[in-house]
Design a binder for this molecule. Structure first.
Ligand SMILES: [Zn+2]
Length: 263
């Protein structure tokens, strides 16, 4: 079983104590960890200069009867899900898809959380970073991490969990989407919603020379500068506008990106 000290030692080797960090984590990937998500988050707080994690909340999403074309939404079919939506509130837990680690971070008394009703972030020692998010600029916090020479941590997850790639896609002028969310003040439009991340691991090889990797328990942890991720993605999309799209025949968002490139 991994102990808290094993995590501390592994994270210290990455030398991120004075760096802002955006982290994505799968606790399960590590095998058994004494103290679970609590130990993981405490170790991250102790070994980084500040940390943010996505605490996205997809159950707030609703769909109007009509909206923009080529938006990877079947407006008629989506109506049936609207009655299950819940209005966003600042204490809404992160979606279970995000894992237990960001939810633990969000619950820390010293944590701040942004108020995007779908794509919020929580952070500790990163209040200014968190505040950079607006409804139309959902990845503003990641831009702030990049501008501060911050780093990306992938803890037992691959680049399909790497939200910084979505910011780079936007900067490369890749098609973004419109989604809608319920809030306590009614439905709001969320522009700048990202595409699909299923094809992102294709970037692994290009990023490997810039990546610090360690084995910790059953998991691989990877650390690399966010700015390097952004520059590498932008170059890849410039070279090939279809770069990092997934191969699934039924992927609506990747199909919409391809369709948008035809016009
Ligand atoms: Zn896709």
């Amino acid at each position: 079983m991994l102990q808290y000290n094993d995590l501390i030692l592994a994270f210290q080797e990455l030398k991120l104590h004075d760096k802002l960090v955006i982290a994505h984590a799968s606790l399960r990937a590590f095998g058994e960890v004494a103290g679970g998500a609590d130990a993981m988050v405490t170790a991250l707080m102790y070994t980084t200069g500040g940390i943010i994690m996505p605490t996205h909340t997809y159950k707030t999403m609703v769909t109007p009867v009509s909206g923009p074309a080529n938006n990877a939404v079947n407006y008629a079919r989506a109506q049936q899900w609207n009655r299950l939506a819940e209005p966003f509130h600042p204490a809404m837990p992160a979606d279970v898809m995000m894992g237990v680690v960001p939810e633990n971070l969000r619950q820390r008394p010293q944590a701040k959380r942004s108020i995007h009703p779908i794509l919020s972030f929580a952070g500790v020692n990163a209040a200014k970073i968190i505040q950079a998010q607006t409804l139309d600029n959902p990845f503003g916090p990641i831009m702030e991490v990049a501008n501060a020479d911050g780093w990306l941590l992938l803890l037992g997850v691959d680049h399909t969990a790497n939200t910084s790639i979505h910011l780079a896609e936007k900067l490369a002028k890749r098609k973004q989407f419109t989604r809608w969310a319920l809030t306590e003040k009614g439905t709001v439009t969320c522009n700048g919603f990202p595409g699909c991340s299923a094809g992102f691991e294709a970037l692994e090889q290009a990023l490997r020379p810039h990546t610090l990797a360690r084995q910790v328990g059953n998991a691989t942890i990877k650390a690399l500068p966010v700015r390097t991720v952004i520059v590498t993605v932008m170059e890849a999309i410039k070279k090939n506008p279809l770069a990092l799209l997934c191969e699934r025949a039924d992927c609506e968002r990747c199909a919409a990106v391809r369709e948008g490139l035809k016009s």
